[in-house]
Write a new protein. Structure first.
Length: 436
């Protein structure tokens, strides 16, 4: 037969259906080439090679079987088929599975599932990767990202932005989400319990789609300030526990629950394209994904050479990431009171951006946030922030969000680089004479 189904299989030891499929394949009872895998990690490794596969059959109790594995299979054109034995209560089709078979399936059931959902592979066929995710991500709410250099007051400005949006329109639900590597919103809000938070919410999306009640159970309310709070990472190293596709699904849930989500993110956005490091891109995933999908990005700076320099550098990093100039709002924290000093800062920022960016005029003029001496006591007591910090900022953000016609598409930050064939000899040669 010139064409057949090439199927990956993964299951715990001694699963009866696993042995049945292997026997049908060996006896040619089905047009199937069955490739046994010992773990979910091996399945992922095989899928990432670019070799064509028709389907992956995974036992429901397989360790590591989650949204990321299923979505990766869909992304490379390999149909996920889950073998359900009734011991795991999970909506597999909501996670992206194309078919679910009872463990007592026969050869006819398997062939029907493959014919309906998978494609046959011819001898020598070259698989083309399917770009994008099988999951259509649509964010219904607005996203405002707040970023800047460390120690410049980014977290405080994020709080002021969330409270300012509440005061601008008290009818809308606002969420402040701490997605910085070095999270500090738990400290600012005196959250005695640091759980649940971001990690628990993302984990809930790794193995399913939580209902609104379950999702909001991971979110804290602060009625004094009018917004809700999603606590962040408990340790900087916890970024490794945030898989890309589960995070994308989390954004969708937050967008359906809140009119606007204000994200406190760190100011580093380097990834594979900039550095060639997949680890660095994973580390910066929270900031990169928030920045690329945000309707508006508030970039925080400060007076003086250091503060202006880091403000401009962060804006440059965002534009290199692909953020459009019109989506950037500079903010000067601890701004001087004199109009002449503010005009000087505004001129310096404009000159530096104009010399480095085309169409720099599309970037909004900076918003100046004054210094409040009693701010420490206000934060300690859990009182609402003073209107001098929140009103102007909230009005400016609301005005710019109102001009947003279409919400950005949530990017799939988890796509692996596609291997590129190298022409023999194109890299040059190396010999002992060259070394000498």
């Amino acid at each position: 037969m010139n064409e057949r189904f090439v199927v990956l299989g993964v299951a715990p030891a001694r699963r009866e259906w696993f042995r049945r499929v292997a026997r049908w394949a060996n006896e040619a009872a089905l047009p199937v080439e069955f490739v046994k895998c010992i773990s979910a990690s091996e399945v992922i490794s095989r899928l990432e090679t670019g070799q064509p596969f028709s389907a992956v059959m995974a036992d429901a109790s397989t360790n590591g079987l989650d949204r990321d594995l299923i979505d990766l299979a869909n992304a490379v054109g390999c149909t996920p088929i889950i073998i359900d034995h009734g011991l795991v209560d999970r909506d597999w089709q909501a996670l992206g599975a194309r078919a679910v078979l009872d463990e007592r399936f026969d050869a006819g059931d398997l062939l029907a599932a493959l014919e309906d959902n998978a494609h046959r592979i011819g001898r020598g066929e070259v698989q083309q990767r399917v770009e994008g995710s099988s999951e259509q991500q649509v964010a219904t709410g607005k996203i405002v990202a707040v970023t800047g250099a460390g120690g410049i007051g980014t977290s405080t400005i994020a709080m002021a932005a969330a409270q300012g949006l509440v005061r601008h329109d008290e009818r809308q639900k606002i969420l402040l989400a701490d997605m910085a590597l070095r999270s500090s919103q738990a400290m600012f809000h005196d959250a005695r319990d640091v759980v649940p938070g971001l990690l628990e919410l993302v984990e809930a999306h790794r193995l399913g789609v939580p209902n609104p009640a379950d999702a909001t159970s991971n979110i804290h309310t602060f009625p004094e300030r009018g917004y809700d709070l999603l606590l962040g990472l408990r340790s900087e190293r916890d970024w490794i526990s945030v898989p890309a596709r589960a995070l994308s699904a989390t954004w969708t849930t937050l967008g359906s629950l809140y009119r606007t989500t204000v994200c406190d993110i760190h100011g580093e956005f380097d990834g594979v394209t900039e550095t060639g490091s997949t680890d660095l891109e994973d580390r910066n995933r929270l900031a990169r994904m928030a920045a690329m999908q945000a309707d508006l990005i508030v970039v925080v700076g400060a007076p003086g050479s250091w503060g202006v320099h880091h403000l401009v550098r962060t804006i440059m990093a965002l534009t290199q990431l692909g953020v459009h100039n019109s989506r950037i709002l500079p903010v000067i924290n601890h701004a001087p009171r004199k109009a002449r000093d503010r005009a000087s800062i505004n001129s310096a920022v404009g000159d530096l951006l104009t010399s480095r960016l085309p169409d720099a005029a599309e970037i909004a003029n900076p918003i100046f946030i004054p210094t409040k001496r009693q701010l420490e006591a206000t934060l300690r007591d859990g009182d609402p922030l003073p209107s001098a910090l929140t009103k102007g900022l909230g009005d400016a953000i609301a005005a710019m969000l109102a001009q947003t016609e279409t919400a950005p598409v949530i990017p799939d930050m988890s796509d692996e680089l596609v291997p590129v064939a190298i022409v023999p000899g194109s890299l040059g040669t190396w010999s002992d004479e060259d070394y000498e």
